[in-house]
Design a protein around this ligand. Sequence first.
Ligand SMILES: [Zn+2]
Ligand SMILES: [Zn+2]
Length: 248
Amino acid sequence: MNQLGWILSLIREYLVPVGCALCGKTFLNGEEAWYGLCQGCRSSLTITGDQPRCSCCGRPLIAEIGRCLPCRNREAPYEEKVDQVVSLFPYSGNYRKLLVSYKFEQYRALGNFLTESLIAGLSRFTAPVLQNPVLVPVPPRPGKIRKTGWDQIDSLGKGLAKAYRKNHSPYLPVHQCLKRLPSPSQKALNQEDRRTNLLGRIRCVKPIPPEVILFDDVITTGSTLNACAAALKTGGARQVYGICLFYT
Ligand SMILES: [Zn+2]
Ligand SMILES: [Zn+2]
């Protein structure tokens, strides 16, 4: 329970009322204001399944083994550098609205819900437990921050580390050791071009820790995560896991 955070959130809500990010309902208590979601909406949002996940994109597998159908269907399989990926929510409906709302100033409280979900997601890794993992946010495209004004991946990563530190040991520090060189936006490319677009475009700019958990908001083909993992392993990382909030 985070009573001080709840009280401050309630005061902020009293001064600048925003209401639930999904249904607009007025908050009834500090807990709702803290998460930016009413109780009803928050309890409707659940991390997908306990079943095994695709090793490439982290979505829950239905009848497949190892990799999901969309990942298998991609032409020319490439070497996977990420040891395991967990992604939490489908990028659609209310889940998609969460991320879109979070990017706006008035719904930053959703970061508390998202970081708590990420902490729950960290327990879904089934591969060997990392002893001293370090959280590495996927680096933004050059110029993106200038355009949007803030780096939500970095902000969520720091929130995750802070929330994690309260209840877990060892501590999960954030280490921004990757840099992305200029390249076209992944969003504008088809699957094949996404895979080659970032080859050699991710650079290690600081010493690389041996155990890394890469963090990104949305995973589509897994190409960005894989390019980051390739750079980390070339730079000396032994194990690289990936956690993403949403899968498309
Ligand atoms: Zn609501
Ligand atoms: Zn997959």
